[in-house]
Design a protein around this ligand. Structure first.
Ligand code: FA5
Length: 329
């Protein structure tokens, strides 16, 4: 019996040593020290043994039981400490794939603006940025729109109360700012945001983007303007049979003035830009000698270009942040 008990003790100790979770420890306890456990059975049988045997085996069996209980308790508390430091949900599974951070992408208006810039850059134009808040001088007076001129009403927009400042309704003031500081020959493009008190509809918003174009030299003519915008449309729409038309129009800062329309899929025309030959009064305002220089200017709507290119029938889709729309670009 002594031999049997020593062997049993060794087996139990080995199992406890190998156990690496609380559930296994409980199973070991039940298997040996539970009500029907192996060691419990031995302890129960002691009372029926002959006296000599009973004393010897009883002493050993109780020692084994005490020792096993101590080792089990020690192991249990060790495992409890480990598991409290590492709760189940934080256990690391190195096989789980990493979390994907969804990447955004450029807004369609930014994409179109960059495309416009690239095309004009390849034709020798420089790209400039201008202020979104303008003075009345650059926005009106220097553009041949004096205070009492009815054309002020068209661009009379959001004023900053008590200051002579307004949110620009067009990118044209940058013509003046640039020519004041630079002499011809020059070719520039100025993309940027504009603001108007226009009622919104499918082709008008109160906030939109334009790009201003300006080319001045000794003999820059309407023919040059036509050639450059037609080349631009051809490249922008990747098509040589895009239909455009030039209509006479009026802007105080050009003479003569035009508007350029592009034919849409549904066969109607959409106005894309205002344009014309720079008015002598604008050259005067920036200090150019009228006899030396002539040139053309234009202001085109970036949303309108994007609408034709991507067949979008409502301009308001660009800024209502609907991801179903934006994800298509
Ligand atoms: C102008 O703003 C002139 N500064 C253009 C110009 C520049 C003429 C240089 C001559 C020389 P207009 O108001 O037509 O013109 O606007 C030009 C373009 O901006 C329009 O053809 C259209 O494409 C776009 N646009 C104007 N208003 C809005 C609006 N509310 N929403 C969206 N696009 C608009």
């Amino acid at each position: 019996m002594t031999q049997f008990l020593n062997k049993l003790k060794q087996d139990i100790l080995n199992k406890i040593k190998d156990a690496n979770n609380l559930k296994t420890i409980d199973e070991i306890y039940r298997a040996y020290l539970g009500r029907k456990g192996e060691l419990t059975k031995v302890l129960r049988s002691i009372k029926d043994m002959p006296e000599k045997e009973r004393i010897k085996t009883g002493k050993l069996a109780n020692q084994v039981k005490k020792e096993i209980e101590e080792v089990i308790n020690a192991k249990k508390s060790k495992l409890q400490t480990i598991s409290s430091q590492l709760p189940d949900k934080e256990q690391i599974d190195v096989t789980i794939p990493g979390l994907k951070v969804p990447r955004g992408h450029l807004h369609p208006i930014t994409l179109v603006q960059r495309e416009v810039e690239e095309i004009f850059q390849s034709m020798g134009f420089s790209i400039l940025d201008g202020p979104e808040v303008e003075t009345a001088h650059y926005h009106f007076d220097a553009l041949n729109i004096p205070k009492d001129h009815p054309a002020r009403d068209v661009w009379d927009t959001f004023w900053l109360k008590d200051f002579d400042l307004l949110l620009r309704a067009q990118t044209s003031p940058m013509q003046v700012r640039y020519m004041e500081k630079n002499n011809p020959p020059l070719r520039i493009i100025v993309p940027g945001r504009c603001f108007r008190r226009d009622a919104t509809d499918s082709t008008h918003d109160f906030q939109f983007h334009q790009f201003e174009g300006l080319m001045v030299g000794e003999d820059i003519s309407t023919a040059n303007f036509k050639a450059i915008v037609e080349e631009f449309f051809k490249r922008f729409f990747s098509s040589s049979d895009i239909q455009t038309r030039l209509r006479p129009s009026y802007f105080p800062f050009v003479e003569p003035g035009f508007e350029v329309d592009v034919k849409r899929k549904g066969n109607d025309w959409l106005e894309i830009m205002g344009a014309g030959m720079v008015h002598p009064n604008v050259f005067k305002a920036v200090g150019y000698n009228l006899k030396d220089w002539q040139g053309f200017a234009f202001g085109a709507g970036i949303e309108r270009l994007a609408m034709i290119k991507y067949q979008i029938d409502d301009i308001r889709l660009f800024f209502n942040s609907d991801l179903r729309f934006l994800k298509q670009f």
